[in-house]
Design a protein around this ligand. Structure first.
Ligand SMILES: *Cc1c(COP(=O)(O)O)cnc(C)c1O
Length: 366
């Protein structure tokens, strides 16, 4: 086997790509895994057997039906997408973010989002050669409306992302601030598409979906990942068909595979099971938040998602001590200066939450 010359790699692979670290996924073997906002619950055994029978009948030898008509119809019905609006599917909403970015990536184009926020907005922009403008949130992680409007005027972004609620802070931005931004982006301050990212909608129970018809520059993006189907990779974006028709042109053909499609259709027919799991997690969220807030020196930020952001005296130390106790959470303290000494923990089952809270209390004492 001949060795690959580093100089050849240098000649061919982009400088900014070579300089990057690979997307880091922590080794969670044997851990209580509270780092990735997964739903800890699986489908009940009877439904799993039913699904297995269904999947056995799927024609794996055939390409998916183009544009997944049946699944799109079912999503529109179950997720109450307003009449006249359509949905476009992605291999997770991560893929939708890359499609959106690709579709706007003309020379000099920019996208804008509050920071700290979801990292894929900036990463997708970098991959597509699009500028990323991060507008800092206030110290309490609420939207800085004036700073947003000023940055919109200065940078004229093609897309503005607003995660509702935001990751990694859990904040549900003020609806009046959001509305002011969407309006201002209709030509008054800039001409931008506003993408409201509702990845955590099952836990927020508030949505811009019903308001889609009011704003010609609004898209609402969702995913089934946080609802309990992270493994099948399915995201969708709802909006005016005129927008979606353009974005569809950069969609890789057959991006949603037949197993995902069949599984999603099945899960949507049983969505009440997933809704019930989300309700339990919302209840656990308030229990875990109160338990954490009872510790002196610990601040818990309000969350409308299935995770909590907390500030501790020494995030790196607490993170390591939790790891030593077989609890994996996410240390976000180096992601942005506003997140100094912050940790993010996924809300889980009562048992796993109790394990986390016990390990956390012990880690504060060490
Ligand atoms: C998890 C997450 C997503 C990505 O979801 P996938 O559908 O799993 O790709 C998108 N946006 C936000 C804010 C998220 O936290």
């Amino acid at each position: 086997m001949s060795a690959v010359e580093p100089s050849l790699i240098q000649r061919i692979i982009r400088d900014d790509v070579r300089a990057m670290g690979a997307y880091h996924v922590a080794d969670s073997h044997g851990m209580v895994k509270l780092d990735a906002m997964e739903n800890p619950y699986r489908l009940p055994p009877a439904l799993r057997r039913e699904l297995a029978d269904l999947l056995a009948e799927v024609a794996l030898n055939r390409y998916p039906v183009p544009s997944s008509e049946a699944l799109r119809g079912e999503l529109k019905r179950v997720m109450q997408v307003p009449a006249g609006m359509d949905v476009l599917l992605g291999n997770g909403s991560d893929e939708i973010i890359s499609m959106l970015t690709m579709a706007v990536a003309r020379a000099g184009a920019k996208v804008l989002a509050p920071v700290p926020g979801f990292v894929m907005y900036a990463m997708s922009a970098q991959f597509a050669g699009v500028g990323f403008v991060g507008v800092p949130l206030r110290a309490d992680f609420t939207l800085d409306r004036a700073a947003m409007l000023a940055a919109m005027a200065e940078h004229q972004p093609s897309i503005i992302y607003l995660a509702y609620p935001n990751n990694p802070t859990g904040t549900l931005f003020d609806a009046a601030d959001m509305e002011a931004i969407i309006h201002a982006a209709q030509g008054e301050v800039c001409h931008s598409l506003v993408v409201v990212d509702e990845a955590y909608q099952p836990f927020a129970q508030q949505s811009w979906m019903p308001r889609l018809p009011e704003f010609g520059n609004l898209l609402v993006m969702r995913t089934v990942s946080k609802l309990g189907l992270a493994g099948i990779r399915l995201g969708y974006v709802a909006g005016d068909p005129a927008w979606l028709a353009e974005i569809d042109k950069v969609r890789p053909p057959y991006n949603v595979n037949v197993l995902t499609e069949a599984t999603a259709l099945f899960a949507l027919r049983h969505v009440s099971v997933l809704d019930e799991q989300a309700a339990q997690l919302r209840e656990q969220r308030s229990r875990v938040a109160s338990a954490l807030a009872a510790h002196a020196g610990v601040t818990v930020f309000p969350s409308a998602a299935n995770f909590l952001l907390l500030r501790v005296p020494d995030a790196a130390a607490i993170f390591e001590r939790l790891l030593a106790r077989k609890v994996l959470i996410k240390n976000v303290s180096k992601m942005h200066p506003l997140l100094a000494n912050c940790l993010r923990v996924t809300v889980s089952t009562p048992e796993e939450n109790a394990q986390f809270l016990e390990a956390f209390a012990a880690s504060l004492q060490d």
